[in-house]
Design a binder for this molecule. Structure first.
Ligand SMILES: [Ca+2]
Ligand SMILES: [Ca+2]
Length: 323
């Protein structure tokens, strides 16, 4: 078995190779440009916990949320409907890392729900019970084993210490998440309709994963993405708007309670006013194709923790102007 250091070096090398193969889709433009002059996917950085962190501009507009009635493996709760977002927003390029979350915990003394419950594995030594050992995350891997409440505690800390005037950190709403994931597409995945074309674009349940979990063999993607568990964020190609790891690596908490979609068009939906489950999106390193579809809707209790579930942050602007 490779040493921890050797695995990190190999992971970095793979990230560099993938990074060079990915098309460059964004150029830096001053974020002070007014919203109407921003282009979809435009990159800027914001201070997140003391680290300059890349975000991409997700334009407001109208798009179709949900899946076509004939989409393979669709669920009934993906009812297709038109959504209009009256404002654009900034979506973080990648999920929150172990390193970023640990910085928050060190600054505040915050303990996650999993830590308070005395779990054998936490985000500090993420592992799976079936393997009975930590699976060796790097500091740049996405934080996992954090509940929706733990994610909101992090967001509150950012807002108290790092928010710029007129801007607010938030978990994305479900509609913002799907808008950002689709990046203008209406195909099953943001790369098209064939799951196997996701090679190099997402860390999912693949040949590397089924080598660890032979019982998954019948369900996994056929390609080998070279990661059995989580991967350092940003190791795979971005979608058209510059976002990485939207599909796979970790599921991502959204702000909404999960509720039934409306059948008519809606404007700025924020989900059900109450509910049992919070929305989770995008699938993870242990997900088969069905769960990686752009329209797929997961849900979990807001205190739920799991090795394939993390989150990503967005920034909304609270100006009077629509964009
Ligand atoms: Ca994988
Ligand atoms: Ca993801």
């Amino acid at each position: 078995m490779k040493s921890y250091r050797a695995r990190i070096v190999a992971a970095r090398r793979a990230a560099i190779i993938v990074g060079t193969l990915c098309a460059l889709t964004a150029t830096a433009i001053l974020m002070s440009a007014p919203p109407e002059e921003r282009t979809p996917g435009q990159i800027t950085t914001f201070d997140v916990g003391g680290d300059a962190t890349p975000f991409h501009w997700i334009p407001g507009g109208t798009f179709t949320m949900g899946s076509a009635p004939d989409e393979a493996e669709r669920d009934a709760d993906e009812l297709r409907h038109e959504v209009t977002l009256t404002r654009g927003f900034w979506m973080c390029e990648a999920p929150v890392t172990v390193e970023a979350y640990a910085k928050f915990a060190a600054a505040t003394g915050y303990e996650t729900e999993e830590e308070r419950a005395g779990g054998r594995f936490t985000y500090r030594n993420a592992g799976s019970d079936s393997q009975r050992a930590p699976f060796g995350q790097s500091a740049r891997d996405p934080v996992v084993l954090v509940s929706w409440n733990d994610a909101q505690a992090y967001v509150a800390w950012l807002n108290a210490n790092y928010a710029q005037p007129g801007r607010r950190f938030t978990l994305p709403s479900e509609s913002q998440w799907e808008r950002a994931c689709r990046a203008g597409t209406d195909t099953i995945y943001w790369w098209g309709d064939d799951p196997e074309d996701g090679v190099g674009k997402a860390n999912v349940a693949d040949a590397s994963a089924s080598a660890k979990y032979p019982q998954w063999r019948a369900f996994v993607f056929r390609f080998d993405d070279r990661y059995a568990y989580t991967s350092p964020v940003g190791s795979f190609c971005a979608n058209a708007w510059g976002l990485k790891d939207m599909t796979g690596n970790v599921w991502e908490w959204c702000s909404d309670f999960k509720g039934a979609y409306p059948s008519e068009s809606v404007v700025d939906p924020v989900g059900a006013s109450e509910g049992t489950y919070r929305v989770i999106r995008g699938g993870a390193w242990d997900s088969r194709a069905k769960y990686c579809r752009s329209a797929h809707r997961g849900g979990a209790l807001q205190n739920f923790r799991y090795v394939g579930l993390g989150f990503r942050i967005a920034i909304i602007e609270e100006s009077e102007e629509k964009n």
